[in-house]
Design a binder for this molecule. Structure first.
Ligand SMILES: Nc1ncnc2c1ncn2[C@@H]1O[C@H](COP(=O)(O)OP(=O)(O)OP(=O)(O)O)[C@@H](O)[C@H]1O
Ligand SMILES: [Mg+2]
Length: 289
């Protein structure tokens, strides 16, 4: 039997579909499961979120203020991953998260990405013209593999929160991750826009994902909306019922937890809300697979 995946890219090129919400809450619930029901030989550091989006929403969603820690540092060789890890634990605020970690990002990541992409382009042009005798090209992929790869191996689960775009860095993410978790917004009425039908909405959200899809997570689901149910069926038809998780309901506490909650996870802010229960079920599905 194939080893069960532990390193997931949380990906969808569409904005605002619930990637960050899913990364944060799934990571929190997986960390809880690691503590409540430890599996033999599991690493003690347990769960890591890598914020791969220069919007930097992960730290904010967890109520954390990075003090210089940044994924961009790692990519330019300014310290190791370990130097740039932020402990998500907020025991002092009554929010214990002893085994949850974040490699945060901010707008610096956008600057660094541009710089690395330019460097790679210039160097590949130079080597094509045989001007590059030194062969000092440092591909993005290699930096990710050599810097991030070994640390990732020390965690039981790693969730990579991806940006709403597919840039040159996504290949590095696909290389590092073993599988994708894809939140898909099934809220037909708010997604309909230019797309004319459910199939178009589905295809638009699923395009460009160049990695095995482990789980499709329908988000913003409203049970009484006929179109939302049709969209759910379209996902099940396309990916199989076993790949599509129980939908995460559209629910007010989700939006509140990160904002008015001052950076709380759903479990911390509203333990009984339907979305909290749904994220817990998603974590169990992955943990006990
Ligand atoms: N199930 C839900 N019910 C209600 N609101 C939700 C739900 N899931 C996410 N939201 C809210 O929708 C907004 C977008 O969610 P989120 O930031 O997770 O999406 P994203 O895909 O990460 O966005 P981006 O593409 O910009 O990174 C946030 O304000 C979030 O609180
Ligand atoms: Mg996001």
């Amino acid at each position: 039997m194939a080893e069960k995946p532990r390193i997931f890219a949380v990906v969808n090129q569409k904005g605002g579909v619930g990637k960050t919400t899913t990364s944060i809450n799934l990571a929190y619930e997986l960390a809880e499961l690691c503590r409540e029901d430890p599996q033999p030989g599991a690493p003690s550091e347990q769960v890591l979120i890598i914020d791969f989006d220069s919007q930097g929403n992960c730290a904010h969603s967890l109520g954390l203020r990075p003090n210089g820690q940044n994924l961009a540092n790692v990519l330019i060789g300014n310290g190791t991953v370990r130097d740039n890890l932020l402990k998500a634990d907020r025991s002092a605020d009554g929010l214990p998260r002893p085994n949850l970690w974040l490699l945060p990002s901010d707008q610096q990541l956008a600057t660094i990405k541009t710089r690395l992409i330019m460097r790679e382009a210039v160097q590949s042009a130079m080597s094509m013209m045989e001007m590059d005798g030194s062969n000092e090209q440092v591909p993005i992929l290699e930096i990710m593999q050599s810097q991030v790869g070994p640390v990732v191996d020390r965690f039981a689960y790693v969730l990579i929160d991806c940006p709403p775009s597919h840039d040159a860095f996504m290949n590095a993410v696909y290389n590092l991750a073993q599988a994708a978790i894809v939140p898909v917004k099934v809220d037909y009425l708010s997604t309909v826009g230019a797309a004319q039908n459910i199939e178009n909405i589905r295809k638009a959200q699923m395009s460009g994902i160049n990695i095995r899809i482990h789980t499709v997570v329908p988000t913003f689901f409203v049970q009484r909306q006929v179109q939302d149910n049709m969209m759910l069926e379209a996902l099940q038809d396309a990916y199989g019922v076993r790949t599509v998780a129980e939908p995460i309901p559209r629910s007010q506490p989700v939006a509140e937890a990160a904002a008015s909650g001052g950076g709380m996870t759903l479990q911390e802010y509203a333990p009984d809300s339907p979305a909290t229960v749904a994220y817990r079920q998603l974590a169990e599905r992955i943990y006990y697979e």
